[in-house]
Ligand binder design. Structure first.
Ligand code: HEC
Ligand code: HEC
Length: 415
């Protein structure tokens, strides 16, 4: 046989053997099945109540919140809404490295689905409830660029909003006296705002803060309805548990199953991406390079200070829980090991939320996996992830698995 033909035959045999090895992944052990079950959406407990938000589960509040989420009038240029950056068609992200609105945000826009399960919001966890989080983009000079007094004036000026507000919370404060409630355009930052806010009495400031907190509470009621639905991965686990062999083979390919095996095994991803939302909701340093031309992000070490100081936190005056049950905040971890640590993101629908990482540093899932494979030294703090030494083929299998976590958002209130 000419050598070329021999080589071709050998290549054909090799590709055949690779294929046949990948069609028969080994059976799962009982311990592995227990891990798979713990990652499945069937293990997701009911959404925990939020006693700090008295309207968290009020359908009327969720409806009102959905309208506010989409309304661009609550912004400095009348053009920015929450949905500018959290776009339903992109699983509530924007496809950008860093969010763009009135200015450029500091970080990458995260998916907000199922954030009702998270004790901390933002990459650095600088807020501790969905409702207190929803207040800050409104006043952020780079995002909506407005302020709490203007937001409340906007609610008062819209008959439909005013009536929804008053049904839920009683009379809106009367803000017509502009000496008591100064009219300031633009973001709640800088000197003009600072002077105006300082000129008000404590009692008037509290009136504004309480009504503003209510706005966050209706937006949170809407966000609580955004839940993931079953993905191919979840259907695979269900078939596995029901011993439905044919179902299992139809739902995931051999490569996807090998990728899943790596995810819970050799690649140790479940150290941080665990539970049915594929996040432990904790803060970790994974040695991500800082964005080009920027100092490394200090992450949680700053976020923890901010959440403790935030007047809208769980222990603050605007919680609806008379008992102030705030174990997360009271026992919050602090310390220098949190330098450069950010919250582990959920991996549900990760296929649709590129670019990745807190500043969108990595464009593709393949780049994310190359990063984990190398586990470089961190620029700040220390990288908790260890180098993996996986082959190119294994990285592709891991990526194939990550793509099985996609599913449409289910709007719980629409059910
Ligand atoms: C300019 C784009 C932009 C706008 C407008 C915007 N966001 Fe965001 N959102 C972001 C970015 C960027 C982050 C992450 C910032 C960080 O972690 O420092 C974020 C974080 C969040 C989070 C936390 C998610 C998590 O997993 O921690 C929630 C919830 C959220 N936004 C809801 C809202 C709501 C509600 C509004 C409207 C009131 C809104 N956002 C307006 C860009 C935006
Ligand atoms: C030590 C904890 C830890 C381990 C181990 C870990 N991750 Fe992560 N993962 C994180 C954190 C924290 C981030 C966010 C990092 C950042 O933005 O700086 C992240 C981000 C990601 C992202 C980007 C998600 C997004 O929305 O931006 C993907 C994808 C991902 N991890 C997959 C994996 C895979 C696959 C493995 C296993 C090879 C793994 N992770 C191992 C903690 C971890």
């Amino acid at each position: 046989m000419p050598t070329v033909v021999v080589a071709l035959a050998a290549a054909a045999a090799l590709s055949f053997s690779l294929q046949s090895c990948s069609t028969e992944p080994p059976a799962w052990t009982d311990a592995e099945i227990a891990v798979l079950k713990s990652l499945s959406l069937d293990s997701l407990p009911p959404l925990p109540p939020d006693p700090s938000n008295g309207v968290a589960d009020e359908p009327l509040a969720a409806e009102f919140g959905a309208q506010l989420f989409l309304d661009p009038r609550f912004s400095a240029n009348q053009a920015i809404s929450c949905a500018t950056c959290h776009q339903a068609a992109r699983h509530f992200t924007d496809g950008l490295k860093k969010a763009q609105a009135i200015g450029t945000s500091r970080r990458n826009t995260p998916n907000i689905v199922a954030t009702g399960y998270s004790p901390w919001l933002y990459w650095d966890g600088r807020r501790d409830s969905q409702w207190s989080q929803a207040l800050s983009p409104l006043e952020d000079p780079d995002e909506h660029g407005t302020n709490r007094i203007q937001v409340l004036r906007g609610i008062a000026a819209d008959e439909a909003y005013r009536s929804q507000y008053e049904t839920l919370f009683g009379a809106l404060p009367d803000l017509s006296n502009t000496t008591r409630f100064p009219e300031v355009r633009g973001a709640a930052s800088g000197q003009t705002w600072g002077t105006a806010w300082a000129s008000m009495t404590d009692a008037d400031r509290a009136v504004i803060n309480r009504a503003f907190a209510n706005i966050g509470k209706v937006v949170a009621a809407f966000e609580r309805t955004l839940m993931p639905s079953a993905s191919r991965f979840d259907r695979y686990v269900a078939a596995l548990i029901n011993n439905d062999i044919q179902g299992q083979e139809m739902i995931l390919t051999a490569d996807e199953i090998y990728g899943l095996r790596l995810f819970i095994g050799e690649a140790n991803c479940t150290q941080c991406h665990n539970g049915p939302l594929l996040t432990n909701n904790e803060f970790h340093n994974t040695g991500i390079l800082s964005a080009e031309g920027e100092l490394p992000d200090k992450g949680r070490v700053v976020g923890v200070r901010e959440v403790l100081e935030n007047p809208f936190n769980c222990l603050g005056d605007y919680s609806d829980d008379p008992e102030r049950r705030c174990p997360e905040l009271e026992f919050v971890k602090t310390g220098t090991e949190l330098i450069g640590a950010v919250r582990t993101p959920s991996l549900r629908n990760v296929e649709h939320t590129a670019p990745y990482m807190h500043k969108g540093q990595l464009d593709t899932l393949a780049e994310v996996l190359v990063h984990y494979n190398k586990a470089p030294d961190a620029m700040i703090g220390h990288n908790e992830a260890k180098p993996l030494a996986l082959s190119g083929r294994q990285l592709r299998q891991l990526e194939a698995f990550l793509r099985t976590l996609s599913s449409p958002v289910s709007n719980a209130s629409a059910k």
